[in-house]
Design a protein around this ligand. Sequence first.
Ligand code: ADP
Length: 397
Amino acid sequence: MKILVINCGSSSLKYQLIDSDTEGVLAKGLCERIGIDGSCITYQKAGCDKVKTEIPMPDHTKAVELVIAALTDPATGVIKDLSEIGAVGHRVVHGGEKFASSVIITDEVIKAVEECNDLAPLHNPANIIGINACQQLMPGVPQVAVFDTAFHQTMPPEAFLYAVPYSYYRDYGVRKYGFHGTSHSYVSKRVAEILGKDYNSIKTIVCHLGNGASICAVDCGKSVETSMGLTPLMGLVMGTRSGEIDPGAMEYIAKKENLDLEGVMNVLNKKSGMLGLSELSSDFRDIDQAMEAGNEKAAAAYNVFIHRVVSYVGAYAAVMNGVDAIVFTAGVGENDPSVRANVCKSLGYLGVKIDEEANKSREDEVIISAPDSKVAVLKVATNEELMIARETLALVK
Ligand code: ADP
């Protein structure tokens, strides 16, 4: 079956058409600046170069229409017509406590996702717009929602409750939800497969280090702790997000900078993290380069980032009472050997030993620990789209 995977943002739409028989990507691309001047669609057929076309896209329905037109184009498309698309899998950011697994989308599901809008005001409404656009243009084709939060619904209350008045949890759903669940789930499963271990009997710590970053403790196939919280602002140092910060600092910053709550949140989400600390860039490639050139602020930002990862790995090894495997994934985790090496340098107490040569490998999936390391360390390329396609297939079959 051919499955269209859609990841819809407020002004963008990423898509992949995946053949579930081979799990190969037939074509993929991105619609950008939807509803804004200068919108464009990028289309890439497997084995071919990317083609970028500027074309007006007043709304997401037009974007989906253009995706379908690209996929069915007689000259450059990959399918004859729409009837070849067996199902659509949508990434949905927040499923609250309502969704502990993926679901076939119905009117009730859309209503329940809408009820989570308050928890993810930037993401969920955009995800629903994408769902509506696909329903309109592909009536009768089953649509599936795959939630970023679902994998973490196995966390026990001691991990997900915040120590605030209990009524805030009961009445408003204030708790830790966690994100990147599709990635943590995919990568932790791959680790078990690569190591030839039973997924339901190993303890894995997944370090998803991208522009957004989170860590997850996966104990016998279940997420038991993760570093993002009610929102994706918590935890690690990210590209532009602060991660963990004393809540008391918010009042202090507000007074000093004469900001309201919205202003403080804007700083913590968009002007903090690696960008804020380095006063240079949110991108690790720029940070690495600047460090090599002797930039001290870039080095300080880098060190804070590493220190935070090391702290969380230690905490999660404690939470699981041990760890069998540590895995690095996402943009930084997959591509930056120095980050992996520097994190592992501080994990000697767990018996972690790195194979420096293996750590330099550019392969997608590599065991980077030395043969006598007590904990297996790997890098594994994440593949959220494939995971969404698998979940979609499992539900529509
Ligand atoms: P997200 O999906 O959260 O937007 P990604 O997982 O795609 O983020 O990661 C993007 C980040 O990965 C970039 O901002 C950059 O910091 C980092 N990155 C990508 N390639 C490299 C590289 N070769 N070396 C170091 N960092 C890299």
